[in-house]
Write a protein that binds this ligand. Structure first.
Ligand SMILES: Cc1ncc(C[n+]2csc(CCOP(=O)(O)OP(=O)(O)O)c2C)c(N)n1
Ligand SMILES: [Mg+2]
Length: 916
């Protein structure tokens, strides 16, 4: 604050110095007479009044360590406090019983007790009063549960009758019962009818929730879907807030006025190893961060019983103690008997000690924190809901105790996150603590097979729960793939341009793709459903041509006339713009891809995202989000532009990508392609749209595509009219050209056969090498385009597996071996990626010499030509590679290889590019 005033106040005009002096003197007098606390109080009141009178003022970033909503402003609690407490107790019990049983049945199976124990009330308030379900085909709210709190969500679904006892007994044991167990965490891939949002990789839940809220606004502003009835709730841990992804995009939420978004941070002050901020105050720190970013921050620090104490705090000593006690100390109060807090928190100051003299030690220990107080939470959630229309996203910072109600061995202990077992005594203590003596007879409690509490259909609690859920539109979470707004497939004419080649013009596959993207956006069937996503690289990819045509999405429209307004390609922002121009955030762009790519399920509105990025900043930069997209069953296209280690000239080591296809091979749902020609890109996108959006079973459709795009210009050939070519491109390999015939009379006679596979931009050198091989060495190399080694590998592995497990059945021949059966001679495979990419199929061709040429090593800045020489994938090196393979097969002499080495001026002793 002082900084702000020091910085600018002296530059402002003082129109009445006498009045100014009076105010300052009054302040001095208050400080002298009543102290700094009083002065602070008066200033706060002045600021509150200023804000109420619309006197704008820079927001303070932190407020005292008390609840944001005072008792006097708490709304009426509309629920039945008693019944809700009983339900919470049942759920707490069942969640713990489920984890304990799982670990008894299979030691080491894991699960978490303490996270949910700290957040039970945070969720139950939501379930009973706020979260909207999907009844009557509504999309409902989008709720992101903290991954480690999953046991509590299962426990509730069990009470609701959605899961059976047998289901709970299969928590983390997913492989029995036809693979229908309960997944460890929220995984739509594993429980596609239940979980919607994968959250357990810390930081990704909050980031993707934020972009989901933004995406909802995008759908609304583009008038594709009315999303105004859906709120996004994201539950996260306080430790999780240290992930850059958690807080990294919060300013976008305020900039975009996402008042449909609520974060609830479970501030139990602990993470896995110990305190989140032992020496500080995580709630205060988060408050400052969120307020600074323009969020509506609601702190729920203290439970109702503290209100009486605060009311007695006439001279501010309690507040001062609250403000100055660090989290490590608060954690300690949760583990020690109440006498400890009496001595250490209240004790040192007589006025404070006096304040709690009427309380027993147990009373003191059980003075609950705000996050365990349903009334405080209800007030906070209600305020967050009522905040709609304010333009500000809300964060609720709820203080809790990690392991709350689990008993002494758990509450506030540093090891609590990982304890999965309870002794009989601990279970009994918990039962008593939850007042469940009448529900669970002592003799049934044991540490091996604790009983679950079941509710009869006519029990008051069951009736209450069901009535609550009915009035909130049904169960949460629930994933459906019911289509609310159907979409048909694009008209084939959208692809026509791709088939016809570039007519002598030199263009890149990126340019080809941009044309395709444009014609898809113009297509009557899918046009409005296309979501182009770009993280500030449109100009690099030549996509700025789309700016004006389809508009850049901007929730506020365009409030200025752009500098290039008179140009055809001006930077045109609009409220109904189609392009998500994300700025420099690959993680944000990927989150938009996930929101759009799962829209078919989350909203029942299929959308087709095309996220185009620097391929280097894809898999290795946001690989975890890509994995999350696979978990969430996203559909769409990831376009890895400026691909290749040598095709992108001049950029060097941190830009040139020779390995994204290796990383792509690790994600089962990813369909990875490395096309050379525009018509191949067209065939892959065409087939991809049909596969993902044309129906079919989820196993086939819930995939997404990774397609490399290069910026090298060459003539794009017309699509060959070979029957079945489109299918062959999708399968991953097809013959592109026969071997050149020998010149002159000896046509076809005497040429030594060889097979050359190329991918992506390696096509140019491969074609030249084939011509040179025929001309200089009498070698006839057939040219094959290998569009997807990943697809070939996966098919091959499945054939191999079939053969392994069916020893006397008919042997399946991997498709790649079938396809290459008619090729001749040794195989040489070349691409602008690491050799590991073509090597994916080597195992299926045991009888063939298989030579790989690739770009292993770290990138360099230079020309394409120099780079290809350095990485040994240029024409000369391909010729040498093929000849060397022929030497291996005994078809040529070493002297022939020597000849080629000197013909192409290759230094055989040049340093290995992999190690420099
Ligand atoms: C990216 C990532 N890193 C590490 C972990 C392992 N991990 C799981 S829970 C946890 C601690 C979580 O603490 P917090 O966010 O405070 O949640 P709490 O359980 O306390 O509510 C850690 C480190 C993870 N799940 N994801
Ligand atoms: Mg925590």
């Amino acid at each position: 604050m002082c900084m702000i005033f020091d910085g600018h106040v002296h530059q402002l005009p003082d129109i009445d110095p006498v009045e100014t002096e009076e105010w300052l003197d009054s302040l001095d007098a208050v400080v002298d007479r009543h102290g700094k606390n009083r002065a602070r109080y008066l200033l706060s009141r002045l600021m509150a009044r200023a804000s109420a009178s619309q006197v704008s003022f820079p927001a303070t970033v932190s407020t005292p360590y008390v609840n944001t909503i005072p008792r006097s402003e708490e709304p009426w609690f509309p629920g039945d406090e008693h019944i809700e407490r009983r339900i919470r107790a049942f759920i707490r019990w069942n969640a713990a019983a489920m984890v304990v049983k799982a670990n008894k049945a299979a030691d080491g199976i894991g699960g978490h007790l303490s996270t949910f124990a700290s957040s039970a009330a945070l969720y139950e308030i939501g379930f009973n009063h706020f979260f909207r379900g999907k009844a009557d085909g509504n999309p409902g709210d989008h709720v992101y549960f903290q991954g480690h709190a999953a046991p509590g969500v299962y426990a509730r679904a069990f009470l609701e009758g959605r899961l059976s006892e047998d289901d709970l007994d299969h928590f983390r044991r997913e492989l029995g019962r036809d693979g229908r167990g309960l997944s460890s965490y929220p995984h739509p891939r594993l429980m596609p009818d239940f979980w919607e949002f994968p959250t357990v990789s810390m930081g990704l839940g909050s980031l993707t929730a934020l972009y989901q809220a933004r995406y909802n606004r995008y759908l609304l502003n583009r008038e594709i879907d009315d999303t105004s009835g859906s709120r996004v709730w994201a539950f996260l841990g306080d430790g999780e807030c240290d992930e850059p992804e958690t807080l990294g995009a919060i300013s976008l939420a305020s900039r975009e006025q996402l008042d449909n978004l609520v974060f609830v941070v479970n501030c139990n002050l602990q993470r896995l190893d110990g305190p989140v901020r032992g020496n500080g105050k995580v709630i205060q720190e988060l408050e400052a961060t969120f307020r600074g970013a323009g969020w509506n921050v609601i702190k729920v620090v203290w439970g109702s019983k503290w209100d009486d104490l605060l009311a007695q705090d006439k001279d501010g000593v309690l507040l001062n103690k609250m403000n100055t006690t660090v989290d490590g100390e608060f954690q300690r109060y949760a583990t020690e008997p109440g006498g400890y807090a009496r001595d250490h928190f209240f004790g040192p100051d007589d006025r404070l000690r006096q304040m709690v003299s009427h309380l027993t030690d147990d009373d003191i220990r059980n003075l609950p924190r705000g996050g365990h107080d349903y009334r405080k939470l209800y007030a906070a959630y209600k305020a967050a809901s009522d905040n709609l229309g304010s333009g500000r996203p809300t964060v609720i910072l709820a203080k809790t105790v990690k392991g709350w109600t689990l008993g002494e061995g758990f509450e506030g202990r540093n090891s609590t996150h990982q304890i999965k077992k309870m002794t009989k005594k601990q279970m009994l203590d918990m039962r008593d603590r939850l007042h469940l003596q009448d529900d669970i007879p002592e003799e049934l409690v044991d540490d091996k097979n604790p009983p679950y509490i079941k509710l009869g259909a006519d029990s008051i609690e069951y009736q209450y729960m069901m009535e609550r859920r009915r009035s909130l539109d049904g169960f949460v979470p629930q994933r459906t793939t019911r289509v609310r707004k159907p979409m048909s497939l694009p008209d084939p004419s959208a692809f026509t341009e791709m088939w016809s080649g570039s007519n002598g013009q030199a263009v890149s596959t990126t340019m080809g793709f941009t044309r395709l993207l444009r014609s898809l956006t113009r297509d009557d069937n899918v046009g409005e459903r296309i979501v182009p996503i770009i993280p500030d690289e449109a100009r690099t990819f030549g996509m700025d041509s789309l700016f004006r045509e389809i508009g850049i999405y901007a929730s506020q429209g365009q409030l200025y006339e752009p500098v290039d307004h008179d140009l055809l390609l001006s930077y045109a922002e609009s409220k109904s713009g189609q392009i998500l121009e994300e700025g420099i955030t690959e993680a944000g762009a990927m989150s938009s891809f996930i929101a759009a790519g799962t829209s078919y399920a989350t909203r029942g509105v299929p959308m087709i995202p095309f996220y185009t990025f620097y391929s280097m900043f894809g898999f290795q930069r946001v690989g975890d989000l890509i994995w999350q997209a696979a978990d969430m069953r996203a559909r769409g296209f990831l376009m890895g532009a400026t691909a290749g280690r040598t095709t992108l000239e001049g950029e060097g080591l941190q830009h040139q990508d020779g390995h994204s296809l290796v990383l792509a091979s690790t994600v089962p749902a990813v369909q990875a392609y490395d096309p050379s020609f525009a018509y191949e890109v067209g065939a892959i996108v065409d087939a991809g749209i049909k596969r993902m959006y044309g129906g079919g079973t989820p196993d086939e459709t819930d995939v997404f595509y990774y397609i490399t795009l290069y910026n090298e210009n060459y003539e794009m050939p017309v699509m060959p009219d070979t029957p079945g070519i489109a299918e062959a491109i999708v399968e991953g390999l097809y013959k592109w050209a026969d071997a050149p015939s020998a010149a002159g009379e000896n046509e076809n006679a005497g040429l030594i056969p060889a097979t050359l596979l190329f991918s992506g931009s390696a096509q140019g050198a491969a074609r030249e090498a084939a011509a040179d091989l025929a001309e200089h060495y009498g070698v006839g190399a057939e040219l094959w385009s290998a569009t997807s080694y990943k697809a070939l590998r996966e098919e091959g592995l499945s054939a191999e597996r079939h053969n392994r497990l069916h020893p006397s059945g008919e042997r399946r021949v991997p498709r790649v071996a079938q396809i290459l059966a008619d090729s001749q001679g040794p195989i040489t495979a070349v691409s602008d990626f690491m050799m590991a990419v073509p090597e994916q199929v080597m195992r299926f061709l045991p009888d063939r010499t298989f030579m790989t040429l690739g770009t292993d090593g770290m990138g360099r800045s230079d020309t394409r030509e120099a780079l290809r020489r350095h990485f040994e994938i240029d024409t000369g090196h391909i010729v040498v590679g093929v000849l060397s393979a022929l030497l291996q097969d005994g078809k040529v002499d070493a002297s022939v290889v020597h000849d080629a080495i000197s013909r192409y001026d290759i230094d055989p002793d040049a340093v290995d590019p992999y190690i420099v």
